[in-house]
Design a protein around this ligand. Structure first.
Ligand code: ADP
Ligand code: ADP
Length: 218
C-alpha cells in the first residue's frame, strides 16, 4: 500500500528534519517544495526566476506554479510507493489539487498528516541558527543540531550556508504568511480524520519516535 504523508506545521517546527528521517526509515522519497524551488533558483530556470521574488519576500509562490511543479515530481516512478510531502500543501487550493494529483498520477491518497508544533520563540531561534547544505539541502543548526565539522555537511561534505530567507525580518513575514494561509489546513485535515498532533518542542529523536508510532498506527 502506498504511503503519502503530509508534514504540516509552521516554519522551523522541524518538518524537514523529520521528513528526511522518515523518508529513510520508510524508503520513500522526501519531497520538499522549498528544496525544489531552491534547486530551480540555483539553475536559474524560468521557474526559479519566478519563484525567487516571492521567496525573498517570504511570500508563497503562486498556487498554479507550485502545483504544476509538485505534479511533475509525483509523476516520477520513485513516488509510486509513496512520498513524504514537506512544505506542501500550504493553501487549501494546494490541498485540493494534491488529492486529484495523487488519484490520477499515483493511484493513492494522503493517509496521514502529522502537525508538528513548537512555540513561536522556539521557531525564531531555530530558523535564526539553521544551516543548510548547498548540495542536497541537508539541515543543521549552529548550536541545537551542529554538524560534526563546522561549516561542512556530515552526509555529503558540501558547504553549509544560511538561507537568505532565514533573516529575522523574512522569518517574521513567513510565520505571518503561515498563520494566514496555511493554518486553515489544520481543520481541513482534522475534519478528514488524518491529523495527528506532534509536539515538536523536544529532542529530534523523541519527535521521530512519535512520528513512527503515528505511521505504524495508521
Ligand atoms: P522546517 O522544515 O519545519 O522549517 P527544519 O527541519 O528545517 O524546520 O528545522 C529548523 C531548524 O531547527 C534547523 O536548524 C534544525 O536543525 C533545527 N531543529 C529541527 N528539529 C529540532 C528539534 N527537535 N530540536 C532542536 N532543533 C531542531
Ligand atoms: P520552511 O521549511 O522554513 O517553512 P521552505 O523551504 O519550506 O521553508 O520554503 C521556503 C519558501 O519557498 C517559502 O517561504 C515559500 O516562499 C516557498 N514555498 C515552499 N513551499 C511552498 C508552497 N507549497 N507554496 C508556495 N510557496 C512555497
Amino acid at each position: 500500500m502506498s504511503v503519502y504523508i503530509v508534514m504540516l506545521g509552521p516554519p522551523g517546527a522541524g518538518k524537514g528534519t523529520q521528513a528526511a528521517v522518515l523518508a529513510k526509515k520508510l524508503a520513500i522519497p522526501h519531497i520538499s517544495t522549498g528544496d525544489l524551488f531552491r534547486h530551480h533558483m540555483r539553475e536559474k530556470s524560468e521557474l526559479g526566476r519566478l519563484a525567487q521574488s516571492f521567496i525573498d519576500r517570504g511570500d508563497l509562490v503562486p498556487d498554479e506554479v507550485t502545483i504544476a511543479m509538485v505534479r511533475e515530481r509525483l509523476a516520477q516512478p520513485d513516488c509510486r510507493r509513496g512520498a513524504i510531502l514537506d512544505g506542501f500543501p500550504r493553501t487549501t487550493a494546494q490541498a485540493e489539487a494534491i488529492e486529484h494529483t495523487l488519484q490520477d498520477v499515483c493511484r493513492g491518497c494522503v493517509r496521514l498528516v502529522p502537525f508538528v508544533t513548537a512555540p513561536a520563540a522556539t521557531l525564531v531561534d531555530r530558523l535564526a541558527g539553521r544551516l543548510t547544505c548547498r548540495a542536497k539541502g541537508h539541515v543543521y543548526h549552529r548550536t541545537l543540531n551542529p554538524p560534526r565539522v563546522a561549516g561542512t555537511c556530515d552526509v555529503d561534505g558540501s558547504e553549509l550556508y544560511q538561507r537568505d530567507d532565514d533573516s529575522e525580518e523574512t522569518v517574521r513575514r513567513r510565520i505571518q504568511v503561515y498563520s494566514e494561509q496555511t493554518t486553515p489546513l489544520i481543520e481541513y485535515y482534522r475534519d478528514k480524520g488524518m491529523l495527528v498532533e506532534i509536539d515538536g518542542d523536544r529532542p529530534i529523536e523523541d519527535v521521530t519516535a512519535d512520528l513512527m508510532a503515528a505511521v505504524k498506527a495508521d
